[in-house]
Write a protein that binds this ligand. Structure first.
Ligand SMILES: C[S@@+](CC[C@H](N)C(=O)[O-])C[C@H]1O[C@@H](n2cnc3c(N)ncnc32)[C@H](O)[C@@H]1O
Ligand code: SF4
Length: 473
């Protein structure tokens, strides 16, 4: 481990990591009890004049539940007409919900879409006709331009050749898939219902069909995973030459506690302490924190050594291909545009406020059927929090922060004046950041990059942790 990581003054940051954060997806506001209707008005105002935004449709259906996954998912088993009808129902709801957003946020229809992501869950489970209808609806109803990219997500076993051909025909150029590991034993432990070979086959097939962007998710810190196994994952990734890799540490603390993601109603099996203990009694093993750091290092060093660039944190793209567009729209300092999420458990935001959609499918469907946008709660950013959020998001991009951009966005404020100067000087004194007053920049050091999630969640608020209670719709 590097010196700065081991230094006693950075111990709380390492401990934060032990506490299992997942810190760079949702940036919640500091003023709870904000009306979702007020969030929609803020969003509408921002969208009236905007650069391209990120739009996502969330399809929560999965054929199985992975033991690590706390996302809001809905299980649909089998290949029967009933299963097909249940899957199709989620497309009906999604389209109905999107129509409500378009009606109640009038500027949304004309806002340019930088990227549409059909995330999940496992959208690739959807029947062909439903996929066609979903993508057709989004294309017709939103402002797609020649540069709008469309991505579709799925697990490797459900991206059949026919589905991939259909997606290519429908203008989808990007794919994301949760591989997690190329080790069959580790995959079994996670409860994944595919083999490592199926992951390789999926990537090769997608490459043959000419998709521009093939991204896979890898996780480290999984049950029975070893550093050697992660080394083999890296070799496979490099052999395949995938466009992008998302490397995530297994995190089991509830997103509901950290508010840095959106959790479903049911906890993941691995979140249950009794279940975790039983696995250990049965001879299984959780990698230690030290091993998790080694795994991270194997992946990050290995990917960087072969021309992959990390931008933002955890998202690696082959040289010249990055950054990951949807994340860049959200977090890059010169962008930080709005994000609109349609579907169960979606997380939407603009510069003044953010909101989360119901995660309970009954409440979600009741709201949509009754003609209400199914937002469950919203928070607003105070002036100070707006500035802090802009800085945190920019740090998570791993790009140097520029004071000139900060001053233009927040007149009269500067990264090099209080309270930020103090925070950055403290990070610099601990080997985690560098300040260049002449150039007006602040950058994380390599050690700072390792700890970026802990830094943004513990050191840049000047205020206690975000609120737990949120306004109800
Ligand atoms: C919501 S899933 C959707 C992907 C798709 N359903 C699949 O599994 O192929 C997106 C990614 O989140 C990551 N993920 C889910 N739960 C996680 C956890 N507890 N810790 C870390 N990463 C997690 C996984 O890498 C997963 O591929
Ligand atoms: S990781 Fe993917 S396949 Fe597994 S339960 Fe979560 S969303 Fe479904």
């Amino acid at each position: 481990m590097q010196a700065a990581l081991a230094a006693p003054e950075n111990r709380h940051l390492l401990e934060y990591v032990v506490e299992d954060p997942f810190g760079a997806h949702v940036f919640p506001g500091d003023e709870a009890e904000y009306e979702p209707a007020a969030f929609l008005a803020d969003l509408d105002e921002q969208l009236a004049r905007t650069e391209p935004i990120h739009l996502w449709a969330y399809i929560p259906t999965c054929a199985y539940r992975c033991r690590f996954c706390q996302y809001p998912v809905v299980l649909v088993h089998g290949d029967t007409p009933e299963a097909e009808a249940r899957l199709t129902r989620w497309v009906d709801w999604n389209i109905r919900e999107a129509a409500l957003w378009l009606e109640q946020v009038p500027s949304l229809a004309s806002a340019p879409i930088g990227e549409l992501n059909v995330f999940g869950g496992t959208p690739s489970l959807l029947p062909a006709a439903a996929i066609r209808r979903l993508l057709g609806f989004y294309r017709e109803s939103f402002n797609f331009g020649p540069d709008t990219a469309i991505r579709f997500e799925g697990d490797p076993s459900t991206f059949t050749v026919e589905k991939l051909e259909l997606l290519a025909e429908l203008g989808c150029t990007k794919l994301s898939s949760g591989v997690q590991s190329f080790d069959d034993e580790v995959l079994r432990g996670c409860g994944r219902k595919h083999s490592a070979q199926m992951c390789v086959d999926f990537v090769e097939q997608a490459q043959r069909l000419g998709f521009d962007w093939i991204s896979i998710d890898l996780m480290y810190g999984l049950l029975d995973q070893s550093t050697d196994s992660v080394r083999r994952d890296l070799e496979t990734v490099l052999d395949l030459g995938v466009t992008a890799v998302v490397c995530t540490k297994l995190h089991l603390r509830s997103y509901t506690d950290t508010r840095t993601g959106v959790a479903g109603v049911k906890p993941a099996a691995w979140q249950l302490p009794d279940y975790r203990d039983r696995l250990v009694r049965d001879g299984h093993r959780w990698p230690s924190l030290g091993e998790q750091y080694q795994m991270r290092e194997i992946l990050t060093d290995g990917l960087r050594g072969h021309g992959y660039v990390e931008h933002p944190t955890m998202y690696f793209a082959r040289d010249g291909h990055g950054p990951e567009t949807w994340k860049s729209i959200m977090v890059d300092q010169h962008r930080q545009e709005a994000e609109v999420a349609i579907g169960l458990g979606g997380s939407s935001s603009c510069r003044r406020s953010e909101a989360i959609t119901h995660v309970d499918w009954r409440r979600y469907s009741e709201a949509v059927d009754a003609g209400r946008i199914p937002l469950a709660s919203a928070t607003r950013f105070s002036a100070r929090a707006r500035e802090a959020r802009a800085i945190k998001m920019a740090l998570s991009s791993l790009q140097p922060l520029r004071d000139e951009l900060h001053r233009a966005r927040f007149p009269g404020r500067s990264l090099l004046a209080e309270p930020w100067r103090d925070a950055f000087e403290s990070l610099a004194a601990r080997g985690l950041a560098t300040l260049d007053a002449g150039a007006g920049t602040v950058a994380l050091t390599p050690d700072g990059e390792v700890l970026v999630e802990a830094i943004i969640n513990t050191e840049l608020d000047g205020a206690p942790a975000p609120p737990v209670s949120r306004a109800r719709w």
